[in-house]
Design a binder for this molecule. Structure first.
Ligand code: X8Z
Ligand code: ZN
Length: 611
């Protein structure tokens, strides 16, 4: 009953515009009408987005059939409204509009990552599929039957947090293999649902003038989709040589632990040996690849534990970095409404996220925080999102977004580049800062395992989806295409034979949750660009890797000014405001890792690199 009345409300709002036109059928649309249209659009979208993000928050912190259905209903309303609004807005296309109105109409057109067809039944199915897929991931568990023989092994179910613990810490080939294959069973049932979702969303994208969903996603960067694809290729070519050097060295070190029979020369590295379920960030294998033994310990995780950090204290530490730059403390409601801990009594979406639920400074994070270095970084990452939300929440809701989505993902990460050994020592999280070149190479190796190792992963996820959405990869080749890309870009291979009964892409959150991923690739590059710019504002002298902007108000002001723009200007202008550059550019990343790259080249002299 309720759903019907809301749908009627949405329909009547587009009918209102239709009546305007009906009263003057031959009168062309005017710029003033367009202005009035976007004013109402912002009001309507705010109401609908608040409703859907409220339902999403409830669902993500308490997964049940009811909360899934409730979120699907709210999202369906947004979908219906957006599709209709994009169509209504087409009559303003050829008008000369003021820049804000024109930009809002552009942002409306690219606002949906999952566009729905006009057919209500299909729309309903799409919203239900989306909720179901994310729910399957959130609830995913690998269950082993009890083993009868001697000694008996009890059966039991492991969730992603428990399986990730094994992936992160174990150096036992078979134990890792079981955790890896175990988690990859959870996504098999997603395959037919995902394929259906692709078909319906593609139809939706055509309704609003795109060729397919990938085309729509690539249209959100103030350039043509083709130019954006070229841009990502250009950036990848800038950083690929550094990745190749890292890959070569890491493979040679893993051979020492696992043997050349398990990690052969000239072949991709088995995907379960890199200290992460998806082999996307490799910092956990640092002990296996540490360049120089006997140097100062960089083990922040042990220090966090021995200093009795709990979830709240870890988040407070993150906040203190932002306030040191002169940014506001987080609102009281952040501490009341956030979820830091995995509840024991229900399923939740543990994958970390940041929210402004009511688009009005209602900041939160949702995370199943673990007390370790990785989550210290993730806390900064999430707070970066919240500080972005905080800086632009007074803008019209269509401008309440990052300059592009890569910017949003890069803010917190850029600050973590200032978590230098000197800063960690100040906090008592390491005892000594590295004193010489050996210490420096160790620190850089650890950073590179986190930042550089991620780059090809960040690129390939959407490479896969773009091909799926365009039809180049049919359902019958989903898994084969996935592993082809993982080998090509990352140089990693499935550790056991895979088939089309598997759906390995679905074992990565952003696929079932339908979150575009190129943003993270861009962010890995942009964060170094931001870091270099903020260091310059802070008056830093010396190599980039020695810079920390902690406590620097000038850097804080520069950052705040960019954040406050939200999406009100094309991203090159926002980039210019902070860095004086108008192009995304990986030279800052390469400058940062220069010492390591030189060292890797020497180490790899005796190796045959590549795969
Ligand atoms: O999904 C995230 C954040 C939330 S926006 C935790 N990240 C990517 C991932 O986990 O795959 C951050 C790094 C890449
Ligand atoms: Zn993020």
């Amino acid at each position: 009953m309720k759903r019907i009345s809301i749908l009627l409300a949405v329909l009547s709002s587009s009918i209102a515009f239709a009546e305007d036109r009906a009263s003057a059928p031959n009168k062309p649309a005017t710029p003033d009408e367009a202005k009035a249209f976007v004013k109402k659009l912002n009001e309507d979208l705010k109401r609908l987005w608040v409703k859907s993000s409220t339902a999403e928050w409830i669902k993500s912190t308490y997964i049940t059939d009811d909360t899934e259905r409730n979120a699907a209903t709210a999202n369906e309303e947004v979908m219906a409204y957006t599709t209709q609004a994009v169509k209504d807005a087409m009559r303003f296309t050829s008008l000369k509009l003021d820049p804000d109105t024109e930009r809002m109409l552009y942002l409306l057109r690219v606002s949906s990552t999952l566009p729905a067809p006009e057919d209500a039944v299909k729309r309903q199915e799409l919203a239900a599929l989306a909720a179901k897929l994310e729910g399957l991931y959130g609830k995913g568990k690998y269950c082993q039957p009890p083993v009868a023989h001697n000694p008996p092994k009890p059966g039991g179910c492991l969730d992603l947090e428990q399986l990730s613990d094994i992936m992160d810490k174990s150096h036992d080939y078979n134990e890792l293999l079981e955790a890896w294959t175990g988690w990859h069973t959870i996504s098999r049932e997603m395959r037919p649902l995902y394929s259906k979702l692709v078909g319906i969303a593609n139809e939706g994208s055509r309704t609003i003038g795109f060729q397919n969903v990938g085309d729509l996603w690539r249209s959100g960067y103030d350039m043509t989709p083709a130019d954006f694809e070229k841009e990502t290729d250009r950036l990848w070519q800038q950083v690929k040589p550094l990745y190749d050097d890292l890959h070569c060295y890491v493979r040679s070190q893993l051979q020492k632990t696992y043997g050349k029979d398990k990690v052969p020369d000239g072949k991709p590295i088995p995907a379960h040996l890199l200290g992460n379920m998806w082999a996307q960030e490799w910092a956990n294998i640092y002990p296996l690849v540490e360049p120089f033994k006997g140097q100062e310990s960089l083990d922040v995780t042990s220090a966090l534990k021995s200093l009795n950090y709990d979830e709240q204290k870890l988040v407070k530490l993150g906040e203190s970095f932002f306030t040191s730059l002169g940014l506001d403390p987080l609102p009281k409601t952040f501490w009341e409404r956030s979820m830091f801990k995995k509840p024991q009594d229900r399923d939740v979406v543990c994958h970390a996220s940041a929210w402004d639920v009511t688009y009005n400074n209602d900041l939160r994070i949702k995370m199943c925080v673990k007390i370790n270095e990785q989550d210290l970084v993730t806390v900064h990452h999430e707070l970066g999102h919240d500080y972005y939300f905080h800086s632009y929440y007074k803008l019209p809701v269509l401008f309440q977004q990052g300059a592009n989505d890569g910017f949003h993902e890069a803010i917190g990460d850029a600050l973590t580049l200032s978590i230098t050994p000197a800063y960690l020592k100040k906090l008592g999280l390491i005892k000594e800062t590295p004193k010489d070149d050996k210490g420096l190479i160790n620190v850089q190796m650890k950073d590179a395992l986190e930042k550089v190792a991620f780059l090809p992963f960040g690129k390939l996820i959407d490479q896969w989806r773009w091909d799926v959405f365009s039809g180049k990869t049919p359902e019958s080749e989903y898994n084969a295409a996935w592993w082809k890309l993982r080998e090509k870009y990352q140089g990693v291979a499935a550790p056991v034979a895979r088939s089309e009964a598997d759906f390995d892409p679905g074992a990565k959150y952003h696929i079932p949750a339908n979150v575009p991923y190129t943003r993270y690739f861009l962010a890995r590059i942009l964060q170094f660009q931001f870091h270099r710019a903020l260091c310059k504002a802070a008056g830093h002298k010396g190599p980039l890797y020695t810079c920390s902007i902690y406590g620097n108000k000038k850097a804080g002001e520069k950052l705040r000014a960019m954040l406050a723009l939200g999406a009100s200007k094309p991203w090159p202008e926002a980039l210019y405001a902070i860095s004086g550059q108008k192009q995304m550019d990986a030279t800052a990343l390469l400058e940062y890792f220069k010492p390591l790259q030189g060292w890797l080249k020497t180490q790899n002299k005796t190796q045959t690199c590549g795969w």
